[in-house]
Ligand binder design. Structure first.
Ligand SMILES: Cc1cc2nc3c(=O)[nH]c(=O)nc-3n(C[C@H](O)[C@H](O)[C@H](O)COP(=O)(O)OP(=O)(O)OC[C@H]3O[C@@H](n4cnc5c(N)ncnc54)[C@H](O)[C@@H]3O)c2cc1C
Length: 382
């Protein structure tokens, strides 16, 4: 992909920040286990958050391809920190399209300045794949909605400043048609949160959010009643391509380190990179990541051109984490016994990237979307 001068300049800013500020403490942040809000504010000051949002709201007004470049570069330094800008691109777009202007102008600039983290809450305890079959209830009472229920497996559940939730306002058997979106500040009375002990991405604070008679004004409803499900699904086609690029970024960090090691580490009197048993698996990882990177940018280019890209986005989303995991695993092996130590980052990268084999939709659901794109409803099981 040939970059414009503006894209190169932004890429350089993100690359320098990722390699100088993020990469050195990637593992230290896991041990601390909390999202470093000062680092997020620093990204805001550098203009790296919500770059695709309008300048009037603190963004740079750039396209999806450029947003993908930033996601990839940041993930090279710290995959978990790169979840923040991708989340902003998804959540702020929903606000801009569907929220009252006052809500948008209050919250989106806070997000782009790195002062507010917003969690998107779709999944519930009874399941996430069948996403429209949700039970959390929003009942209208005069000029308010009263929210009751639990959202679970929510990234940044433990410390989000606001929650973008999807609730049932219609009848239980109405499926996607009875789902409405709401924006709820985190300090609203009746909200409580728990945090899970996860395999990876410790700083993302995944957990449950409980809503117990939470009252919000009508002005916090996003769009019309019953339209919430379509709103979030539109956004996922975009974020899935960005996630694919996050996966490319994290895998490339391990590949670069493994290639450098293969040049220097010697066995049987020569650098191990001279053994095809070492170099070919790395070449395969390099090839898979290069191919997925191109697919992700192609998907974002389709989106920027206003063309359909749901199937392509689903391909990015299932292949990205899977092949990144495989490539990083190969890098871990290249380091021999050192790779098995927690002193090196490959084990953490494998754990972190594998979360997105599930988060934002599993590979099974992505393949269903691809099949539906080819043969329509004939691909759906009843
Ligand atoms: C790291 C991480 C971050 C997350 N962040 C968020 C977040 O911020 N907000 C949010 O709302 N949710 C989030 N989630 C939840 C995530 O979206 C769900 O876990 C996911 O959609 C799957 O739902 P489930 O876990 O309930 O699995 P289930 O729906 O119970 O599925 C179980 C298994 O069955 C398979 N399966 C189910 N139906 C089908 C089918 N039709 N065809 C093929 N296979 C199928 C699934 O692929 C899976 O392997 C996150 C999850 C993780 C792991």
């Amino acid at each position: 992909m040939v970059l414009t001068d503006d894209q190169k300049a932004l890429q350089e800013t993100a690359r320098r920040f990722a390699r100088e500020r993020l990469l050195p403490d990637y593992q230290k942040r896991e041990k601390l286990g909390v999202l470093d809000r000062e680092l997020i504010a620093e990204m805001g000051q550098l203009g790296l958050l919500g770059v695709d949002l309008p300048e009037t709201l603190g963004g740079l007004g750039v396209d999806g391809v450029t947003t993908g470049i930033i996601a990839e570069e940041l993930a090279y330094g710290d995959f978990n920190i790169s979840l923040v800008p991708v989340g902003i691109s998804l959540n702020a777009a929903i606000l801009i399209r569907h929220a009252q202007p006052e809500l948008t102008s209050e919250w989106v600039p806070r997000m782009t300045r790195g002062e507010a983290v917003v969690a998107i809450c779709l999944t519930e305890p009874r399941g996430g794949s069948d996403a429209s079959n949700l039970q959390l209830r929003a009942r209208r009472e005069g000029d308010q909605y009263v929210i009751n229920g639990e959202k679970t497996s929510i990234t940044f559940a433990d410390r989000a400043d606001a929650y973008l939730i999807f609730a049932r306002t219609g009848l239980p058997d109405e499926g996607a048609r009875g789902v409405t979106a709401f924006f709820i500040p985190g300090n609203t009375p009746g909200i409580s949160r728990t945090r899970f002990d996860d395999v990876g991405s410790a700083i993302a604070g995944r957990g449950s959010v409980f809503f117990d008679d939470v009252r919000i004004p009508l002005s916090h409803r996003l769009g019309d009643e019953g339209k919430g499900f379509t709103q979030v699904m539109q956004g996922f086609d975009y974020s899935r391509a960005l996630i694919g690029l996050q996966c490319c970024g994290i895998a490339q960090a391990s590949l670069d380190e493994a290639w450098a090691y293969a040049k220097e580490r010697e066995a049987f009197g020569r650098p191990i990179g001279q053994f095809q048993g070492v170099s070919f698996p790395l070449s395969e990882g390099e090839s898979h990541i290069a191919a997925i990177r191109q697919l992700c940018y192609h998907t974002l280019a389709l989106r920027d051109a206003g063309l359909p890209h749901a199937s392509e986005a689903a391909m990015c989303k299932w292949m990205g984490p899977k092949y990144a995991f495989d490539a990083i695993h190969q890098c871990l092996l290249t380091f021999g016994h050192y790779g098995w130590s927690k002193d090196l980052p490959h084990q953490q990268r494998m754990r972190d990237v594998s979360g997105l084999e599930i988060g934002d939709g599993t590979a099974g659901v992505m393949k269903l979307i691809i099949a539906r794109g080819r043969i329509g409803r004939a691909a759906v099981q009843y």
